[in-house]
Write a protein that binds this ligand. Structure first.
Ligand SMILES: NC(=O)c1ccc[n+]([C@@H]2O[C@H](COP(=O)([O-])OP(=O)(O)OC[C@H]3O[C@@H](n4cnc5c(N)ncnc54)[C@H](O)[C@@H]3O)[C@@H](O)[C@H]2O)c1
Length: 335
């Protein structure tokens, strides 16, 4: 343990560079994890992946990284893994609903996040970045189908949580606050939106995903402000977060600045969220306020569907508007 961690003195702050830095990535075998590892390796970091023993390591640059099999909820394994690290990136856990039952999802995500963040901070790790989610405010995935209180919405929009995954992400942000307060650790959360490799198969895989998602639950896509982020940009946002000092919570929204729709955003809101309070959104601007990602992280997404595969952009008018729950007073999306 370093002197600062032992005494609770202010941490030395974020890293000035990742060149030569020792970085542990939990969940490093996963979708965002592999992109984070690639981005870190290209910055010159010495990367260790910590993931479930049965996780695939395909796609990891095996020559330049170390892989440890372990569970983020297992304190001794995590304690051993964080020793000597300059930074920890915490991505390990369940990335949504339906991957495990409700208690297991909540347990792994909350206990895992607390364990990794607390052990890293107690060990004097200089910088901790953790994956939160656009779902930390509960709107998109909640069983109580509501819309955000305003568009575009930011990290301070009042949460309305009605599912275990969103609750686990909200709890993770509370854990980050506690860890930062107790150990004076430098902690940054990222609220990822829909993250995919939008370049795969020339954009067709992503386009098919968007059409299926809009077909099955257009309200959810509205609640996400029709946002997305290419996985390589997710990796770049993690690098940016490692190199900047921010409040430990709320997690910072990171997304492409434009929606995946051809429909102008104001027209899309007329269709799916007409009664929600609105500030002006120019053109196809995403329904999220991205000021903090720009000002606190200096982050701007660079891989846009407009450029990768503009033919995959979706005309929202071809999807039936869902019931806007704010119109009949059953939800929290009304003005
Ligand atoms: N992909 C998205 O669209 C998205 C959106 C918002 C937030 N997130 C968050 O980003 C993080 C990474 O998501 P992803 O899309 O890469 O998910 P993923 O499922 O591809 O990767 C998660 C990784 O965590 C590992 N893992 C699961 N349980 C573990 C445990 N108990 N111990 C150790 N490792 C464990 C898995 O083996 C996997 O490699 C998650 O916290 C997720 O909630 C993802």
């Amino acid at each position: 343990m370093t002197a600062s961690a032992a005494t609770g003195a202010p941490s030395p702050g974020p890293l000035a560079s990742l060149d030569g830095a020792a970085v542990l990535v939990t969940g490093g075998s996963g979708l965002i994890g592999r992109a984070a590892v690639a981005a870190l390796v290209s910055e010159g970091a010495r990367v260790t992946v910590f993931d479930r023993a049965d996780a695939a390591d395909a796609g990891l640059p095996a020559a330049s990284i170390t892989v440890i099999g372990g569970d983020v909820t297992d304190q001794p394994s995590v304690r051993a893994a964080v020793q000597g690290m300059d930074a920890v990136v915490h991505l390990g856990g369940y990335a949504g609903l339906g991957m495990a039952d409700a208690v297991e999802t909540y347990r792994v995500n909350t206990v895992g996040t607390f364990t990794v963040l607390a052990e890293a901070a107690a060990a004097g790790v200089r910088k901790i970045v953790y994956a939160s989610s656009i779902n930390a405010n509960g709107y998109p995935l909640g069983s109580d189908e509501v819309l955000p209180p305003v568009f575009p919405y930011d990290e301070d929009a009042a949460p309305h949580v009605s599912d275990e995954y969103s609750l686990s992400k909200q709890a993770g942000e509370h854990a980050a606050l506690m860890v930062a307060a107790r150990w004076h650790a430098s902690v940054t959360g990222l609220r990822f939106p829909l993250v995919r490799d939008i370049t795969a198969d020339g954009g067709r895989t992503f386009g098919a995903h968007l059409r299926a998602a809009l077909g099955s639950d257009p309200r959810r896509q509205a609640a996400e402000g029709w946002s997305y982020l290419d996985v390589s940009d997710a990796g770049r946002s993690i690098v940016a977060a490692l190199l900047h000092e921010t409040p430990a919570a709320p997690g910072i929204l990171v997304a492409a600045p434009l929606t995946y729709l051809t429909t102008p955003t104001e027209d899309a809101l007329d269709l799916f969220a007409a009664s929600v309070v609105r500030r002006p959104i120019a053109g196809r601007g995403v329904g999220l306020e991205l000021r903090r990602s720009r000002e606190l992280l200096g982050f701007e997404a660079s891989v846009l569907l407009d450029e990768v595969a503009p033919e995959q952009l979706v005309d929202l008018a071809s999807f039936e508007p869902s019931r806007d729950p704010s119109r009949d007073g059953s939800g929290e999306g009304s003005a």
